[in-house]
Design a protein around this ligand. Structure first.
Ligand code: GRF
Length: 200
């Protein structure tokens, strides 16, 4: 088996997706090692999840720094950060992009009366919730749904497809062609080890 993919997981809150990634690694379904869990909030519950699994944690509050470039990390990653890891940063968003980028996603989906919503895993580019799509899963939206009930239905799918998408990356099966991600049946190149970014 290829050497495990080195992961840094960036969180801000409950970290249920972090937990799904940890669980997938422990079940042997994701060939990866989490090298660091980085939070921009010291009170993020995901930090406790990380510590419970003896994972290194770092808190970098963007509020302590004069700019995003100095902080190095914020909720919307700076172009400086993204250019250091081209096509190596992945985000999960609780909607079927390009519908409903941004925040208050489920509320806006309900306000629009959509019948179907879902989750998108995508490479990060310099626009918010915009980069090439790796994987999506759809869920039904019911007339009596609340933000909470729809979020919970979507969250179940997040936890399923995020580790799967990362495993495809770990296997070197993802090729970005412009706006598109081609998923190859077999690994193309041994991308499973971390390449150092270009010097900053
Ligand atoms: C998820 O809804 C994800 O789609 C969005 O932020 C939320 C993170 O939740 N990007 P968690 O911290 O993984 O529980």
């Amino acid at each position: 088996m290829a050497s495990p993919l080195s992961l840094g997981v960036l969180i801000s809150g409950s970290g249920t997706n972090l937990q799904a990634i940890i669980d997938a690694i422990e079940r042997g379904e994701l060939n990866a090692v989490i090298r660091v869990v980085l939070s921009n909030r010291g009170d993020a519950y995901g930090l406790a999840r990380a510590r419970h699994h003896n994972l290194p944690t770092v808190v970098i509050s963007h509020k302590d720094f004069s700019s995003r470039e100095v902080a190095g990390f914020m909720r919307l990653l700076s172009p400086f950060f993204i250019r250091a890891f081209p096509q190596r940063i992945v985000n999960i968003h609780p909607a079927l992009l390009p519908a409903f980028p941004g925040t208050h996603v489920q509320r806006r989906a309900l306000e629009h009366g959509v019948r179907v919503s879902g989750v998108t895993v995508h490479f990060v580019d310099e626009e918010m919730d915009h980069g090439p799509i790796i994987a999506q899963a759809a869920v039904p939206v019911y007339a009596d749904d609340s933000e909470e009930s729809l979020s919970a239905r979507i969250r179940t799918q997040e936890h399923r497809i995020y580790p799967q998408a990362i495993q495809l990356f770990a296997e070197g099966r993802l090729e970005v062609r412009g706006r598109l991600v081609i998923v190859h049946n077999e690994a193309r190149a041994p991308t499973a080890t971390l390449r150092s970014p270009e010097p900053l």
